[in-house]
Design a protein around this ligand. Structure first.
Ligand SMILES: Nc1ncnc2c1ncn2[C@@H]1O[C@H](COP(=O)(O)OP(=O)(O)OP(=O)(O)O)[C@@H](O)[C@H]1O
Length: 780
């Protein structure tokens, strides 16, 4: 199942800050004085570089000497391995599904690249981390399988390049609801050994922009991010868990003053851009440090590509290590103090660490692979079975065979019921987790909005509204998490029953004369059921994608309906930092409403403010009502009756294979006919839906609505999925039992949709997922 487990609980972690002082270089020894005193493994003193203090300064104790304390301090004689010893546990967490970020911060020539990449004699943190990851995988005694992949990028002059591509184009950043910030089009290469990654690292480094400056002969002109992803997968295919840990290793470019580097032209521009990113990073560190001390403060991540990439490492889901590198030379005093000042602030930064347990998006390819493998296996067993049957010289008569196999039939039926129950439970959990993903996204937006409001110290009522909404969402997340834990327990019980049933079959087979034949037959049946289960999982995945696409379509339609033109929408999106790809001019025939070609790509990020009074378009459980509301209650719709049907022509996946084909027709309230060519996703019976839709849909109903309900109406698993499904227990189906009493934009929560008998929708009497709808008053 894509997401059958409740979200892992978060732990707050503090940034680990280490300071590493390099030795004086040959040239520096001639001209500079050593001004760093490492007192012990935690304390460092920067001596006053000015030896010629006048009498007044001395008696007034006006010294520039500064003392600092950090988690770890390394003297010039220390190696990279010494630094690594204290961070190796953070790196080890990556194979357990945790994220980690290690970045070196310091002025030009202070030893960042030396620390991160290192030399043959003194390998850097990148190299040492990779060895740890592969060593741990090798030593792992579980039956889990591991997949390691790596990407390497650089940010040069505020443009992102792929260092693993020979001639990389400019890459763009995108916000993904599940994975956070991602670099679109960045190559990720699967690797089997640390050596292979090191090869790639060397290749990438050779492509990295470096220049000789006065401060450093091989000064890095770009920020480089090496990302290692470790996917750990349980072997058991039922409810298999996927943990996905991510390690980001960052070597920042050197910051310097133009006067120091003696740069001009291109070099000067590099310097300006490097400083811009580093300044943005420093501002984020400042704001995050203050956030801890004084409560919420606005963190300007958006000011540079670097800070957007490092956002997770600075405040999100990551255990983060900052290695502040300093030079001991007296002429570097100001840089050293500056670096240590930011390192000192970084000590206050908190991140929230939790395991990345497989989510919807991370599973989809795996399901497809599993289904393919199962289908191959089923075919093989079918063939073997036919061969065995023909080999048996005396084939049992039908009655004899029936008697012999009756126990197998009974057990098979039980297994089938067990599978169906599991599917139901997983579906319910899936909805819960989907809902909470969206709740969490909204929570993030609210936090941003609250921070902005606090900084601007604007309207107190808006702030209050934002805060109460935040509380509501928090409550819902908690409730959903609790309900999810309950489902998880039920699934565990169901799994136990599955094992028992399988054991019973094995035992019965071993006591029977026709062992091989029966074994193959039972395997064949079991695999058939496993296949059906996986197809169901794919179907749910399909449904989410479909709902999200439809929601995006609705959002666009709504934006056009509000009278905004293409340019205004693009500007609005740009203000929010959104890039909209694949934009197609709306079809002139359908006015603003016909945008299916654009929206079928679903390229627009769901991270945006909703300027108008509609429900947020992303909640799968409320999707059908959004369409209904969004169209039926505005005059806008009436002018657009020709909106092209938003049917899932492109979705001919396993989803449809699962259900029977109901080629029935339903009379709509408009007098139109809904002809179902195929099966769709719904948890209600066609007859019931026909009745229900007739009774509650108002005259103006969009084709988008029709299409959804067509799919809903045509879903046929109600017979096969047992009692609960017959009652249309899931929220998507449950919504259809309601007449929308609300105006446009009213918040619809799942619990608003009750059965006609007054009971909540949901499985086994449990509460449905709680998704909070959009509230008109709050404009974020
Ligand atoms: N621990 C160390 N031991 C010996 N030499 C070192 C050490 N750290 C740094 N160096 C030397 O100092 C010089 C500058 O180091 P490095 O290139 O790593 O700096 P940097 O901070 O990455 O600079 P830039 O920001 O300009 O890229 C190099 O010649 C490097 O070999």
């Amino acid at each position: 199942m894509p997401s059958i487990r409740p979200p892992a609980s978060k732990q707050t972690a503090t940034l680990l800050v280490a300071v590493k002082c390099r030795p004086l270089t040959g040239a520096e020894r001639q001209r500079s004085r050593h001004i760093i005193q490492v007192l012990d493994d935690k304390n460092v003193v920067v001596l006053d570089p000015d030896l010629s203090k006048d009498y007044l300064d001395l008696i007034q104790n006006r010294t520039k000497e500064r003392r600092y304390s950090f988690d770890h301090v390394y003297a010039p004689g220390c190696t990279n391995a010494d630094v690594y010893k204290n961070i190796s546990s953070t790196i080890a967490g990556v194979i357990q599904g945790l994220n980690a970020t290690v970045f070196a911060y310091g002025s030009t020539g202070s030893g960042k690249t030396y620390t991160m990449v290192g030399t043959r004699k003194d390998p850097g943190l990148m190299v040492l981390s990779l060895h740890t990851i592969f060593d741990l995988i090798k030593k792992d005694e579980s039956s889990d399988t591991f997949e390691v992949s790596c990407s390497y990028l650089e940010v040069y002059n505020e443009v992102i390049y792929d260092l693993l591509e020979k001639s990389s184009g400019h890459l763009e950043l995108r916000e993904d609801p599940v994975h956070g910030i991602i670099v679109a089009g960045l190559r990720s290469i699967k690797v089997q050994s640390a050596d292979r990654i090191l090869e790639l690292l060397n290749l990438g480094n050779s492509r990295r922009k470096t220049e000789s400056t006065e401060a450093n002969v091989t000064s890095s002109r770009s920020h480089a991010v090496l990302e290692i992803t470790v996917k750990r997968k349980q072997k058991n295919q039922y409810g298999a868990q996927i943990l996905r840990g991510k390690l980001a290793l960052v070597d920042l470019a050197g910051s310097e003053r133009a006067s120091e580097t003696n740069s001009n032209g291109q070099k000067f521009r590099d310097g300006a851009n490097i400083n811009r990113s580093l300044l943005a990073l420093a501002n984020c560190i400042n704001a995050l440090g203050k956030q801890h001390k004084k409560g919420l403060a606005y963190v300007p991540y958006r000011n540079s590509k670097l800070t957007r990439i490092l956002k997770d490492g600075l405040s999100g889901n990551s255990q983060t290590v900052m290695v502040a590198t300093i030079s001991p030379a007296d002429d570097q005093y100001h840089h050293t103090i500056n670096t240590l000042k930011y390192a000192d602030r970084a000590k206050e930064i908190k991140t929230h660490v939790h395991k990345n347990i497989g989510t919807v998006d991370t599973h989809v390819e795996d399901y497809q692979k599993m289904i393919d493998n199962l289908q191959v296996e089923v075919c093989r067993l079918k063939k073997e079975l036919a061969e065995k049957e023909s080999q048996l010289s005396i084939r049992p008569t039908e009655t004899a065979a029936d008697n012999e196999l009756s126990w197998l039939n009974i057990l098979s039926r039980e297994i089938s019921e067990n599978v169906q129950e599991r599917i139901n439970l997983q579906k319910a959990l899936f909805e819960l987790e989907e809902t909470n993903i969206h709740n969490r996204i909204e929570l993030q937006h609210l936090d941003d909005a609250i921070a902005k409001q606090q900084v601007q110290e604007k309207d107190g009522t808006v702030l209050q509204a934002l805060k109460s909404r935040r509380q509501l969402i928090l409550d819902n997340i908690r409730d959903n998490d609790e309900a999810g834990a309950g489902y998880k327990k039920d699934i565990e019980l169901n799994e136990k029953r599955r094992c028992q049933l399988q054991d019973m079959i094995e035992e019965a087979i071993s006591n029977n004369g026709n062992k091989t034949y029966l074994h193959i037959l039972s395997q064949y049946r079991l695999l058939g059921m496993a296949n059906a289960e996986l197809q169901f999982e794919m179907a749910m995945r399909d449904q989410v994608i479909h709902n999200q696409r439809e929601a995006l379509r609705n959002l666009w339609n709504m934006l056009f309906g509000l009278g905004l033109n293409q340019k205004q929408i693009m500007e609005l999106a740009a203000k929010q930092g959104l890039t909209i790809e694949g934009y197609a001019t709306p079809n002139a025939n359908s006015g603003g409403a016909k945008l299916s070609s654009l929206l079928s790509h679903g390229k627009m990020s769901p991270f945006m403010s909703y300027p108008g009074p509609v429900a947020p378009p992303y909640t799968p459980t409320t999707c059908f009502f959004q369409q209904h509301q969004g169209f039926s209650s505005t005059a806008f719709l009436r002018g657009h009756q020709d909106t092209s049907p938003i049917c899932r022509e492109e979705h001919r996946s396993s989803y449809y294979m699962l259900s029977q084909d109901y080629s029935h027709t339903l009379n709509t309230p408009l007098g139109n006919q809904w002809t179902s060519q195929r099966s769709g996703a719904c948890f209600s019976t066609p007859q019931k839906l026909a009745q229900e839709t007739r009774s509650f849909y108002p005259p103006a109903i969009s084709d988008a609505c029709r299409c959804s309900n067509e799919q809903l109406a045509s879903y046929s698993c109600s017979e096969s999925f047992g009692r609960q499904t017959k009652e249309s227990l899931f929220c998507s189906g449950q919504n259809l039992n309601q007449v929308s009493p609300h105006g446009v934009g009213n918040a619809h929560r799942c619990e608003d949709f009750m059965r006609p008998d007054g009971t909540n929708c949901g499985l086994c009497g449990k509460s449905p997922p709680r998704s909070v709808g959009y509230s008109q008053e709050i404009q974020i």
